[in-house]
Design a protein around this ligand. Structure first.
Ligand code: PLP
Length: 233
C-alpha cells in the first residue's frame, strides 16, 4: 500500500471512531482532503485511493491542478472546495470552477459569486466563515453580524447556503479544542432555529479533528495528516 493509501485509511478510521464516540453515524462526517501546495500527482494518488473531495486555498494553483487531474482521469466526478481567502477579482474563476466555497465573510463577495455562477451548473455551495475567537486580525465575520449575512446569502439565487466554517486558534488539549469549536456549533443551531436550512459545520483540521467531530463537525478539512507537512502554508 502507498503512503497516501495508508494515511487515508488511518484518517478515515479516526473519523469513524470519533463519530462513534460522539454517538454519530459512520457517515455523519465527510473528509475534505486539503491538497494545497501538493501537486496533481498527489491528488491523483488520493483519487485512486478513493478520495473524491479536495480543498484548495490558492486559486491559480488549484486551477492548474484541476486541469491536470481532469485530463488524467476524464469523467471522474470530483468535488472541489475553495477554502482560502477570497479577493473580489477572483470570484469569477471561483464561481466557474468550484463546487463549494467555505470562506465567504462579506455580502459583496457572495453577490459576485452568485452573479458569476454559470447557469448550467448547480448552485454554488457556501459556508460562511465566522471569527469565533475574536482576534481583530483574523478573517471571518463577527458572530454578532452573522445572522444578517446568513439571511442575505440565503436569498441569493445561484448559491446554496449550507453552513458555517471556522478556524479557531490552535489548542493542544482536547477539552480546549472542544471549547474552541463549541461557539460555531451554537451559532449553527441558532441559525437553524431561525429557519435556515443548514446542514454543514466545516471545522477541524489534522491536529483537532477528533474534538471537532465530537462537537458536531460534518466536514473536517485535513491536509498534513494525509499528505505530510508542507514547505509553505
Ligand atoms: C491548510 C488548511 C487546512 C488543513 O490543515 P492541516 O493542519 O494540514 O490539516 C484546513 N483548513 C484550511 C482553511 C486550511 O487553510
Amino acid at each position: 500500500m502507498s503512503t497516501i493509501d495508508q494515511n487515508l485509511q488511518a484518517v478515515r478510521h479516526s473519523i469513524a471512531s470519533a463519530s462513534c464516540e460522539a454517538g454519530r453515524g459512520p457517515h455523519a462526517v465527510k473528509l475534505l482532503a486539503v491538497s494545497k501546495t501538493f501537486g496533481a500527482d498527489v491528488v491523483l494518488g488520493a483519487v485512486r485511493a478513493g478520495q473524491t473531495a479536495f480543498g484548495e486555498n490558492y486559486l491559480q494553483e488549484a486551477l492548474d491542478k484541476m486541469a491536470v487531474v481532469a485530463a488524467a482521469l476524464p469523467g471522474t466526478p470530483l468535488e472541489w472546495h475553495f477554502i482560502g481567502p477570497i479577493q473580489s477579482n477572483k470570484t469569477r474563476l471561483i464561481a466557474e470552477h468550484f463546487d463549494w466555497v467555505h470562506t465567504v465573510e462579506r455580502e459583496k463577495i457572495a453577490q459576485r459569486l452568485s452573479e458569476q455562477r454559470p447557469l448550467g451548473l448547480a448552485p454554488l455551495n457556501i459556508c460562511l466563515q465566522v471569527n469565533t475567537s475574536g482576534e481583530i486580525s483574523k478573517s471571518g465575520i463577527a458572530p454578532a453580524e452573522l445572522a444578517a449575512l446568513a439571511h442575505q446569502v440565503a436569498a441569493l439565487p445561484n448559491l446554496a447556503l449550507r453552513g458555517l466554517m471556522a478556524i479557531p486558534e490552535p489548542a493542544l488539549k482536547f477539552e480546549q479544542q472542544r471549547a474552541a469549536f463549541r461557539p460555531l456549533r451554537l451559532l449553527y443551531e441558532q441559525l437553524r432555529g431561525a429557519g435556515l436550512a443548514l446542514d454543514t459545520l466545516s471545522m477541524g483540521m489534522s491536529a483537532d479533528m477528533r474534538a471537532a467531530i465530537v462537537e458536531g463537525a460534518t466536514i473536517v478539512r485535513v491536509g498534513s495528516a494525509l499528505f505530510g507537512s508542507r514547505d509553505y502554508q
